[in-house]
Write a protein that binds this ligand. Structure first.
Ligand SMILES: Nc1nc2c(c(=O)[nH]1)N[C@H]1C(S)=C(S)[C@@H](COP(=O)(O)OP(=O)(O)OC[C@H]3O[C@@H](n4cnc5c(N)ncnc54)[C@H](O)[C@@H]3O)O[C@H]1N2
Ligand code: MOO
Length: 404
């Protein structure tokens, strides 16, 4: 077992465990939001499928309208109409116009459009108070060209991308199965919300913050409840959970007394590393139980969230072959001091905002037991080992921007 790794070494070992094959499923679009594409998607059509108008107005020949103004309007004969979805069948000749509505094909013969606000209709004629222009004609294929790939395997189906898949003509998409992530809680003092809190007790917040994080990262959380005190019972619980792609345990990884999960992992599995030079989350553990990768997350509520974000989320991104990186650090100016720690990379919780430049302030109390800092913050401020950040200095901040 390795110990006292740097964050980078630990991440490499965690990612090396993300070897499983997820398998794919085909879903109708209405069920595919938030899923990850398992295939490249090419447009089945051009969009627009022919030159169309971006405005309500009249289509005509530009040369007929040159010099038109309020003072000397140009008069054209209206020979028909082209609402969206009902193209005008004829051809626009000299001194003629067709009424068009946004999204309608521009009729043959016309090479320009004029917005209705710059015209006045008089029976079957129209007065133009400005020249018609081609700039409001959207050329065929302006948005999408048939055969071109616009969405890649590994792309998360965000709202915009889901709409794009529909615009390209796909009624169904092939997506990766959601990785199933077991969440096992430890700790005699931990009770479920709704139960009376005994002396020294604490409500189980980790199961729920982790559940949210797992969904957000594209996984399917499987709540396994609180661990029992015998290794056989823990193993039976895991067997009953069906196929898992990752197991998260919460608590019982610090120096503390005997813990049944640690015992199971050490005796029945293989512990790959324990302890990372970071804060919070220093006692993180990586193990294997048979083929199942296990992340032993520290019990402190902030530590379990931060370690999942830094290691569990990248693990799921790797399994899902995600095209985007799991997180990106931005440079921001610290408007409050942030304390570092000797020999450890420190992740403080901050509020990132834009005030002429990116700035970040502390959320206040940075104890690993203060879950409010994760709920109220929107960024992790990264402080390299052996450094403190003074007010006004530049820092790296990782936005906790959840897209789902
Ligand atoms: N002598 C040392 N003590 C501690 C060390 C150390 O290096 N030497 N490390 C500290 C650090 S850092 C952390 S983080 C914690 C990690 O402890 P465990 O993973 O063993 O977790 P527990 O002791 O079970 O719990 C810690 C803390 O978190 C609360 N907790 C646990 N589970 C939940 C839950 N599901 N929901 C809400 N809160 C939970 C628990 O009540 C404790 O307060 O160890 C330090 N100690
Ligand atoms: O790593 Mo422990 O994370 O804070 O208190």
């Amino acid at each position: 077992m390795r110990t006292s790794l740097t964050v980078e070494e630990a991440l490499e070992l965690v990612l090396a465990e993300a070897r499983g094959e997820l398998g794919v499923e085909v879903l109708p679009l209405k069920e595919a939001w938030g899923r990850v594409l398992a295939e490249d998607l090419a447009a089945l059509v051009d969009h627009p499928d022919q030159d169309d108008t971006a405005i309500d107005g009249y289509a005509c020949r530009q040369e007929d309208t040159l010099g038109a103004s309020r003072e000397s309007p140009v008069r054209l004969k209206v020979i028909g109409e082209s609402p969206a979805g009902k193209p005008f069948g004829g051809r626009v000749g000299p001194k003629e116009a067709v009424a068009v509505y946004t999204g309608a094909p521009v009729p043959e013969g016309a090479d320009a459009v004029i917005r209705v606000e710059d015209t006045r209709r008089e029976g079957d004629e129209v007065l133009l108070f400005a020249p018609a222009s081609p700039k409001d004609i959207r050329p065929k294929g302006d948005d999408l060209r048939r055969g071109e790939v616009y969405l890649k395997r590994g792309d998360l189906l965000s709202p915009g991308r889901l709409g794009l898949a529909a615009a390209m003509g796909h009624p169904r998409v092939k997506v990766f199965r959601r990785p199933r992530v077991g969440i096992l809680t430890t700790g005699d003092e931990v009770v479920e919300p709704g139960e009376p809190l005994p002396y020294g007790g604490v409500y189980n917040s980790n199961a729920y913050s982790l559940l949210g994080l797992v969904w957000e990262a594209g996984g399917e959380p499987v709540l396994l409840g609180k661990v029992e005190d015998e290794p056989e019972k823990v193993l039976a619980r895991l067997e009953g959970a069906g196929r898992l792609d990752l197991l998260l345990t919460s608590g019982g990884v610090s120096m503390g007394e005997y813990d049944v999960v640690r015992k199971v992992l050490e005796e029945r599995g293989e512990v790959l590393f324990w302890k990372v030079k970071q804060q919070p989350g220093g006692p993180l553990l990586l193990a294997r139980l048979g083929e199942l990768p296990v992340l032993g997350l520290p019990g402190n509520p902030v530590s379990s969230m931060v370690t999942f974000f830094l290691y569990g989320r990248p693990f799921l991104f790797r399994l899902l072959q995600r095209t985007e990186p799991p997180y990106r650090a931005l440079k921001a100016r610290a408007l409050t001091p942030f304390r570092g720690a000797p020999g450890k990379k420190v992740f403080r919780r901050g509020v990132l905002s834009f005030e002429g430049e990116l700035v970040v302030r502390t959320t206040g109390n940075q104890s690993s037991g203060v879950l409010r800092s994760m709920a109220q913050g929107n960024a992790l401020v990264v402080i390299p080992p052996d450094r403190d950040v003074q007010e006004g200095q530049e820092v790296e901040a990782i936005p906790l921007t959840f897209v789902l």
